[in-house]
Design a protein around this ligand. Sequence first.
Ligand code: NAD
Length: 368
Amino acid sequence: MIKVKKRKILLLPGDGIGPEVIAEVRKIIKWYNSKKSLDFEIDEDLVGGAAYDKHKKPITDEVFYKALESEAVILGAVGGPKWDKLDFSKKPERALLKLRKELKLFANLRPAICFKQLVDASSLKPEIVSGLDILIVRELTGGIYFGEPRGIKPSENGERKGINTHSYTSSEIIRVARVAFELAEKRNKKVTSCDKSNVMEAGLLWREEVQSLKDKEFKNVKLEHMLADNCAMQLLKNPKQFDVIVTDNLFGDILSDEAAMLTGSLGLLPSASLGAKDKNGNLRSMYEPVHGSAPDIAGKGIANPIASILSFSMALKYSLNLEKEANNLNLAVQSVLDDGLRTKDILSKGTKEVSTSQMGDAIISKLQ
Ligand code: NAD
């Protein structure tokens, strides 16, 4: 069998259930190395609270440079009560913000797909969510989470004042909108752009730039503008009206979590964060499950690894150009669900409970 060049993957398991779910991704990567004509070079390091415990910072420069050198970074989750009282700059979550900012990962892709096998896990009626397949594209490196000035400062009357700044430039809006239009071209050719242009100037600029890009370059894609609060309602009322939703960092954070719940469990939701191309033409990227470190179930072997495994599948598709392998992995996950195997978070009547590692093994057995 001819082996292709080694593809560099950096695993950053992080905290809580992060190491448990990333262990299943590692198993799958090793399976590919042993069985297929693929050759992944896996590196692994600390991030978040685990890095703080060892190095007194949530990410070291060495790990950061490894991330720059990798074709894809797969991250588990960071954070937990142990580190909640740390100074803001040392908190585990700062590692994520640094990676996103420095790798210039400006587009966060979150698919919300309702697997037919899990339609009952959603809190919405089956007819509302069955067959749901939407993609939220969230701007990730601008807006209120990064804008300056920021901080807690004394105000003139002696009170304390918390300040954050919401700002966007035209180029920040256009590059993320372009990602959304390009993805919509390969899907159902519809983009819904969400903003608060009725009350925010940055929202008005957002709306104008998205419209102008569509008019110039994406005449074949239908564009609809929607106020973010209306979008929050429409996601619950009629989520299947959407194809691709593009929105800013703050609204995207909230709307993508809401869309997540349409599908039933956080344990099923992958995400990809894509950036600009590096000097060799490779896409900078990081892949992570939508869920956090779930301290309430960490160490029990019951975490659902599917979100992480589907995040790896997105890496196969978007960073490693292995779309066939990505599709096969998605089919393997569905086939395991067809067999009625479930981790505790998605367990229902008539299905069989399996542990984190049994779920990983079952998915590998379907790949065989
Ligand atoms: P969480 O996503 O960790 O957990 C929310 C609930 O969902 C919990 O009941 C948890 O047990 C459950 N859950 C999450 N993932 C699961 C999985 N794979 N399988 C089964 N059940 C799962 O959110 P939280 O409780 O708000 O946050 C916990 C910690 O994680 C906090 O420190 C937070 O800052 C951090 N966090 C990190 C990230 C990240 O690393 N990207 C994202 C969100 C939260």
